[in-house]
Design a protein around this ligand. Sequence first.
Ligand SMILES: Cc1ncc(COP(=O)(O)O)c(C=O)c1O
Length: 335
Amino acid sequence: MIQALNDYLTFVRAGLPYTQFDLARSGVPPTPLPEPSQSSGPAGLPEAFGEPIFTRGASGAVFLALLATRIAGARIVASEYPSYPIFSAVAESVGLQDYEIRRDPGPNSVVGAICQAITDGADVVALQDPHNPTGHELSDSERTEILETCRHAGVWVLVDRVFADFAHSPEAYASEPNVMVARSYSKSLGIGTERIGWLSAPAQMQPFLTQAQDVLQGQPKKMEPLIRQRLTSLAARHLESNLALVQRNNTTLRQWLSVHTEVTSAVEPSTLPFATLQLPSTIDSNQFSRELLRRTGTATVPGAYFGLNRDQIRIGLTSPDFSQGLQHISDFIKK
Ligand SMILES: Cc1ncc(COP(=O)(O)O)c(C=O)c1O
């Protein structure tokens, strides 16, 4: 799993120019600066989270949260597979046992799988909502059922919401008593290299979080109000334009898919800044992504890194050169 994460990071780093927003070249008009009266920022940004703990990205928030549950006595963390392998990697490093939730097709599948995990002894349920790489968002009823089930069972829920700004309900989970939420600006502002994230957690978790913070020396304990205010207004300025760019690239992708019928969308369409493509079954995406990157500079992530099929790739939707990237993909498939 750690190897998979390292391989994935190699691809992400190699493709950095393609994963960052570049609004100057995108043709998407900049969003005007908000009026001072609006500077508290749009819904879902740090203010909504009371006293967030400033962390190094959402990864730092996940690390802190899982370490805190470990200090509080948790032993088993259940998380979905396939997925971006953050929970299993962190669980291993803080000494939690990893329990795989496998999602079967069917309307209540996630809830059923989580109930099974709890029956099997999970003390923590870790979710990605929206989920990477499928883009799936839990429905309100799924969310409510999961949270109620976990609350009754005395189980912590950790939600990685690194893609929340692209979600239909960015503020979901904001005030749940047994829920910790990890967020960051890595995706929505395209500033993954800056590691600006935060964790929101209920009061009963605070003593364990304080101990966990003491282990992770050097981390500021709180997000200073001034920093928070500045970040919020920065986000307010850029978020709308970034969402518009993703939306535009999504439209381009739909059009491209309607012409290039040898490729299909492997998951349901979403508002997220990535998509998973089903390539012709003869293609090994590991080799495909490596060669595509080497020869054209277009970065994609092989499905295997998320536990997806070998003939699937995940692509980002944040590049101003998105059409060119798609062109490279279709040319490469023909070869
Ligand atoms: C689901 C998920 N969580 C967390 C991260 C890492 O976020 P950050 O850069 O804020 O640490 C990623 C990065 O791709 C991700 O996909």
